[in-house]
Write a protein that binds this ligand. Structure first.
Ligand code: UD1
Length: 432
C-alpha cells in the first residue's frame, strides 16, 4: 500500500500550480450524458475520482478518449446501452449519484446503486429523489439500487430543504431537458454549480440564476455538444495557501481563481499570514511571524468550505491561542483530529466543535489517512513536524489531488512516495 514519507521543517518557497476542479469535472462529465454529440472538457484533473467517473460512463456505453492534451477529455454518449450505475463502481465514489438526473432526462430510465455509508457521515440523497419525483419520475428502491422511470420529465417548483451541491447539480441536469420551466430554490451557490451551468448553457440549455440560490430553467428538446474549460480547483488552491502559511514560506499559488477563495484568504489574513492577490489567477502567501488563533465555522459557499476545515485545523495547531472550529455541514468530519493529536496537537472535540490550543510542537509520527481532506491535513501537519512522518493509505489523496507530492517537492517540501505514483495509465485497463 502506498505511503508518504515526509520530513518536516522546510518553508515552502516558489510557485505551485493548481489543477482543474475535481468537483466541477465530475458533474460536467455527467452532463455529457445529456447529448449524443461529443463534449470536450479541458483542464480535467488526473485524479482517481475522475478515473472512476470515466469507468462509470464507459460501463454505460459511453466512449471516452483523451484529447489534444493529457487534461482534455472527450466524451461521447451517443450510445447509452446500459443506463446503470453499478455498485462496484459507485461504492468508491459517492458523486456517482450525479448520473441519476441526466440519465433519467436523456433515456427515461436509470438504475443507480445507492451510495454506501461514507467516512464523513451518512450523506443521503433523499433530496435528489424527492425532487425527481416532483418532476414526474417514479422511483423505487430494491436490492441496493434505485430505479427511476419516466416517459418525459416535466418542469416543477423545487425547494431544497437543505442546501446540497450535487443535489442542485443533479436536478439542474434533469431540468434542462424537461418539458416546461423548472424553478429551483435554496440552491447551492458553489462555483462548481456555476461551472456546470456554463457548460450546459454552451450545450444549448436555458438557465438563469446559477450561482444564486434561485435557478430558473426553461427546458429544451435537445442539447448539442460543446467544448468547455473547467475552473481551477479552489480546495487544492486553499490547501496550498495553508501549506505556504503553515511552513512560514513564501508561496505563489498560480492558475487559481482568487475570486473563489474569499473565505479562505480572509481567514488566513485574520491569523496574520500575509496574502496578496497578485492577479485574478495568482495569490501569494507569506508567513514570517507567529500566526494568531482564529475561529472558523464551515458554511455553504461563499462561507468557509467544509472541504478546507481539516487543512485549517492543521494550521490552527501552529497558531497562538485558542481556535474554535465548528463543522456545520457534515457530521463525523473530525477523523483527522486523533491523528493530529498523535503528532502532538492539543485538540478537544465536543460534538461538531473542535477546540484547538496552539501553538503545539508537532513531532513526526506514523499516521493513517482516513478521507481525502483529512489526508491533506496530515500532509500539512507533517510538513512542520519535527522528524520524518509516515502517512499510510495515501490513496485517499489520489482521489482529489493531482501529483501533489511532485508539486510540493517543486517548492521545497521533503516528501517521497513509497509505491506507485497514481497516473490514469495505471488505471486504463481496469475491467469495468
Ligand atoms: C459536495 C462536494 C463535497 C463537499 C460538499 C459540501 C462534490 C462531488 N462533492 O458534496 O466535496 O464537501 O459538497 O460542500 O461536489 N444532504 C441531505 N440530503 C441530500 C443531499 C445532501 O440531507 O439529498 C445533506 C448532506 O448529508 C450534508 C449536506 O446536505 O449534510 C450537504 O451535502 P451536499 O452539499 O449534498 O454534499 P455533496 O454534494 O455530496
Amino acid at each position: 500500500m502506498d505511503k508518504y514519507v515526509i520530513r518536516g521543517g522546510n518553508p515552502l518557497v516558489g510557485t505551485i500550480r493548481v489543477s482543474g476542479a475535481k468537483n466541477s469535472a465530475l458533474p460536467c462529465m455527467a452532463a455529457a450524458i445529456l447529448t449524443d454529440d461529443e463534449v470536450i472538457l479541458e483542464s480535467i484533473p488526473q485524479v482517481r475520482d475522475i478515473e472512476t467517473e470515466k469507468r462509470l460512463l464507459a460501463s454505460m456505453g459511453a466512449e471516452i478518449r483523451l484529447g489534444d492534451t493529457p487534461h482534455t477529455t472527450i466524451i461521447s454518449c451517443r450510445t447509452l446501452s446500459d443506463p446503470v450505475a453499478k455498485y462496484e463502481i459507485v461504492k468508491t465514489m459517492r458523486a456517482s449519484s450525479l448520473v441519476l438526473g441526466p440519465l433519467v432526462a436523456r433515456t427515461g430510465m436509470a438504475r443507480v446503486a445507492m451510495p454506501g455509508g461514507c467516512a464523513i457521515g451518512g450523506r443521503p440523497i433523499d433530496l435528489h429523489i424527492k425532487s425527481l419525483e416532483k418532476m414526474g419520475a417514479a422511483i423505487t428502491q430494491e436490492h441496493g439500487y434505485l430505479e427511476a422511470r419516466v416517459d418525459h420529465l416535466h418542469g416543477a417548483h423545487l425547494v431544497f430543504d437543505k442546501i446540497t451541491v450535487t443535489g442542485t447539480e443533479d436536478l439542474l441536469m434533469a431540468a434542462v431537458l424537461a418539458d416546461g420551466e423548472t424553478l429551483m430554490e435554496n440552491c447551492a451557490r458553489e462555483p462548481e454549480v456555476t461551472d456546470l451551468a456554463s457548460l450546459l448553457t454552451a450545450m444549448g440549455a436555458r438557465i438563469e440564476g446559477a450561482g444564486t440560490s434561485t435557478i430558473r430553467v426553461k427546458g429544451v428538446s435537445r442539447l448539442h455538444g460543446a467544448r468547455y474549460r473547467i475552473n481551477p480547483d479552489r480546495i487544492e488552491a486553499g490547501t496550498f495557501l495553508v501549506a505556504g502559511a503553515i511552513t512560514g514560506g513564501d508561496l505563489i499559488v498560480a492558475d487559481c481563481k482568487a475570486d473563489h477563495l474569499g473565505a479562505v484568504i480572509g481567514k488566513l489574513q485574520e491569523t496574520g499570514a500575509r496574502v496578496d492577490i497578485l492577479g485574478p489567477d495568482t495569490v501569494r502567501v507569506r508567513a514570517d511571524r507567529r500566526l494568531r488563533a482564529a475561529n472558523i465555522s464551515t458554511e455553504e459557499y461563499p462561507g468557509f468550505p467544509t472541504d478546507m476545515q481539516a487543512q485549517y485545523m492543521a494550521l490552527a495547531t501552529q497558531a497562538e491561542g485558542v481556535s474554535v472550529v465548528k463543522e456545520n455541514i457534515f457530521e463525523n468530519r473530525f477523523m483527522h483530529v486523533q491523528e493530529l493529536v498523535r503528532m502532538g496537537a492539543n485538540i478537544k472535540v465536543d460534538g461538531s466543535t473542535a477546540t484547538v490550543l496552539g501553538p503545539a510542537r508537532l513531532s513526526a509520527a506514523a499516521v493513517m489517512c482516513s478521507d481525502l481532506r483529512a489526508s491533506a491535513s496530515l500532509v500539512l501537519a507533517a510538513l512542520v513536524a519535527d522528524g520524518e512522518s509516515i502517512l499510510d493509505r495515501v490513496y485517499h489523496m489520489d482521489r482529489g489531488y493531482e501529483r501533489i507530492e511532485e508539486k510540493l517537492q517543486g517548492v521545497g517540501a521533503q516528501i517521497q512516495r513509497l509505491g506507485n505514483i497514481f497516473t490514469p495509465k495505471s488505471e486504463e485497463n481496469v475491467a469495468v
